[in-house]
Write a protein of this length. Structure first.
Length: 334
């Protein structure tokens, strides 16, 4: 059973970056947008810490994967982004193959490659769905976000069928005490939120997460992983911004890094987009998302989830702000 971890060798990257001015990795961090800040054209990349590598996202869409190999950086970028092939939504479109281009330290050190980073980002953004854009809006409104697209390693089960759930957002939150909460994000027109005569699929996703954390040592793994995540963010900010982080996200990072095992809120919440996120290409009818959100409430789907103990927060026009509420409920520790 694979262990859930988070780590990255910031010291090795910092040493390489200092010896290679004008490099492409530095260009990625030049447009790093911190949690709690709305993304803009000049600062639009979010960073996710993984197991020995980093992911960069624009409007929720993965742009590049950065790892360190023998003290030198390696970056993987989808071939479509490298070639500048924007998303084609026509009926005759040809689907992209899952092909990636690898850039080693020598390539990344070149200012000529650094000049192409903007193309990677702008091209990748054309592939960002409404739901992914919604996630980015939530990161911009919540400085406590510490992870996005949290992919969990599969637990072994007696039947031999691996279970590997995902959570869209991981958030450090503070009431009187620090804790870590998890959120699943959906657009209100997502059919996974609805079920007439059976449980909606989103509840099954929540249950898979609950089953995952109930396995031996999983809570302790999550606590250790996000303490390390906070340390990585603090070190990245210190190197690439040249100072300690004094923004609100830095307060959460410091609190997590200093806490040996922050308690986990046992049950995740579901946050729902009640209007189209800015820039969403799917806006075939401007009111369709609001209509879906009203239907979700009026037809009892929201109440059905809440009756099962799932916190539901609907964001958007005529609904709540994008600031996530404090998740409460059973607290678990490793």
């Amino acid at each position: 059973m694979a262990k859930f971890t988070r780590s990255f060798d910031v010291n090795a990257l910092a040493a390489w970056d200092s010896n290679n001015p004008g490099n492409a990795v530095r260009e990625l961090f030049n447009v790093w947008c911190l949690p709690g800040f709305r993304s803009t054209e000049s600062a639009n990349l979010r960073v996710g810490v993984r197991a020995k590598y980093l992911n960069f996202y624009v409007k929720g869409q993965s742009v590049a994967k950065l790892s360190m190999v023998a003290g030198e950086p390696k970056v993987l970028v989808h071939q479509a982004y490298v070639s500048g092939k924007v998303r084609d939504r026509s009926a005759e479109r040809v689907r992209n193959t899952q092909s990636y281009e690898t850039f080693g330290a020598q390539d990344l050190a070149s200012p000529r490659l650094a000049a192409k980073v903007k193309q990677w980002v702008t091209t990748a953004e054309t592939y960002a769905s409404a739901e992914k854009r919604f996630v980015d809006d939530l990161i911009g409104a919540n400085p406590g976000v510490i992870d996005v697209e949290m992919a969990l390693p599969a637990n072994a089960v007696p039947e031999g069928i691996a279970v590997a759930p995902r959570m869209d957002l991981v958030v450090a939150q503070v009431d009187t005490n620090l804790s870590i909460a998890f959120w699943e994000a959906k657009c209100s027109n997502n059919p996974e939120l609805r079920a007439e005569n059976k449980e909606p699929k989103v509840f099954d996703q929540v249950q898979k997460y609950l089953d995952w954390v109930s396995a031996a040592d999983r809570i302790a793994e999550v606590q250790a992983a996000y303490r390390e995540t906070a340390k990585v963010f603090l070190a990245l900010h210190r190197h690439f911004r040249g100072s300690d982080c004094t923004d609100d996200c830095g307060t959460y990072w410091n609190a997590l890094s200093e806490r040996e095992a922050a308690p986990i809120i046992g049950r995740p919440g579901v946050v729902i987009a009640g209007s189209w996120p800015e820039g969403a290409i799917e806006q075939v009818a401007s009111d369709r998302m609001q209509q879906a959100a009203r239907s979700f409430v009026n037809r009892g789907h929201s109440a059905a989830l809440e009756e099962r103990g799932v916190t539901v927060h609907i964001v958007g026009r005529n609904f709540e702000p994008a600031v996530l509420p404090l998740l409460t409920g059973r607290v678990v520790n490793g």
